[in-house]
Design a protein around this ligand. Sequence first.
Ligand code: SF4
Length: 189
Amino acid sequence: MVYQLSQSYSPCPWLLKEYIYCPMIPWIITHYNVVEPVTVSMEDGQVDIDYKRSVVEEALGSTNHVDYEKRFTLENGSTITVDALASSRRERVVVEIKRYRRKHYRHQVTQLKGYAYLLTKHGIPVHKLVLIQDRKVVYSKRFEEIDLETVADLLKDLERVINSDKPPKAYRSRKCISCWYRRYCPLWS
Ligand code: SF4
């Protein structure tokens, strides 16, 4: 199959999340220029701003100033939108909100770290990350210097993957069973 490397994708938190889930996915997205269409279960998992407001107030209290679905344009012209950005005099907290509980959420935490990294690098320092699933805080940690280094390294790895002709190392696993990208996946062709 002839691949097409899209110019419109650059390493970003969303691609980073996919990369952590499976390194083959960002390679497929950028080389075949395809993205999984929105499914019924994805639509079902979407949350509106009223839902976000209510869970953030429950989780963080109402003392912070909170911007919802805040969109930022970065130097390279790309944009990121965070579910909620809570600011007080002492700290800035990025909050990601999911409707459903997931047993494994490392990829969602990495996406959060990606947002914090990009905002911090663009002069909006982030101090804390919060992930909420099914109205419960499942992750709440300071965003440290070491996280900046980790995300920088991951973004470099991701860039290497999407700029390479060769597919990255990946392994067949249980995840493949429900993976929409399997139809394009070199491990399954
Ligand atoms: S089918 Fe499996 S290896 Fe291929 S992209 Fe999906 S999860 Fe990754």
